[in-house]
Design a protein around this ligand. Sequence first.
Ligand code: TYM
Length: 340
Amino acid sequence: MTAARQRILSGVKPTADSLHLGNYIGAVRQWVAMQDQYEAVFFIPDLHAITVDFDPAALATRTRTVAAQYIAAGVDPEKAIFFVQSHVPEHAELAWVLNCLTGFGEASRMTQFKDKTAKSGSDAATLGLFAYPTLMAADILLYQADLVPVGEDQRQHLELTRTLANRFNTRFGETFTVPEATILKETAKIYDLQNPAAKMSKTGESPNGAIQLLEDPKIAAKRIKSAVTDDGTEIRFDAEAKPGVSNLLTIYSSLTGRSIAELEEAYAGKMYGHLKVDLAEVMVDFVTPLRARTAELLDDPAELDRLLAHGAQRARAIASVTLQDVYNKVGLLAPATAGR
Ligand code: TYM
């Protein structure tokens, strides 16, 4: 008998019209590389998307778009369990139990919550946003995931997930696998092209700072060419002294598989402009087929929905077992089967 494979799990929120390059390099690319070796669970956290302001019509469209982008980027819906979070009610149900085991102060210390409320003010922040990390913990713990491949910005959420798993196990008996974050050092944080001190994000200050994978490839090329670079002329990786150029080298290396050292050697004595022109071309070659494949998948929403329904069924088979165990351990009375 072969030992059971370890399980990985991750997701990207459907809060924009397209995944951006940071989502791909920081997360989705790792998933695709890992899905053969591990049992994989990749889902679309739509319940997380409504923790901030949202538009209902856009949410549904974006959910399908993210699903199509996963597949276009290489997620295999036959291998990986691939579904939409709200199609598996156990996520919200386990989150409730975890909410009741999480301290108010503990949740208040989550930096993403603090950052978001600092921007919008605490009256605009919802209880949903406050409980965001416990829903994320539920996502992970329901499937007994061993590894969670994410970017650096999710590290604290993973820490809380581990704390809650240990807390539950100690109080109610061994129930959850305590997961670990898989954060690749080199690509943990892709920076904004206009402001290399900030991470590339859906809500960056300038739209030119991010590359949206579904935008016209010409725009992606333009954004690379107009990326902010640093003083001096030398092309070498130095995150402190040369954050702009280092970010471009990280992106270049990640999309081509060429090592940073190899790129530094290839560009020795050349100008920033050369690097940008070449990387712009790499970017066009990368986004063009990805965009075409996404469009093709979105042209057949019924097939996409069928894949998601199949995935939700597979997900529920696992999630319902964990939830039932949790309910029993917590002492929630099991309903009698309806008879007479
Ligand atoms: P989200 O939707 O903000 O981002 C999705 C993934 O992309 C990574 N990422 C980046 N990586 C490198 N550089 C960047 N500039 C960059 N920007 C984003 C994120 O780290 C993430 O891995 N809370 C999660 C969604 C989620 C989830 C989960 C993830 C909900 N439940 C369970 C894992 C497991 C989030 O907001 O990701």
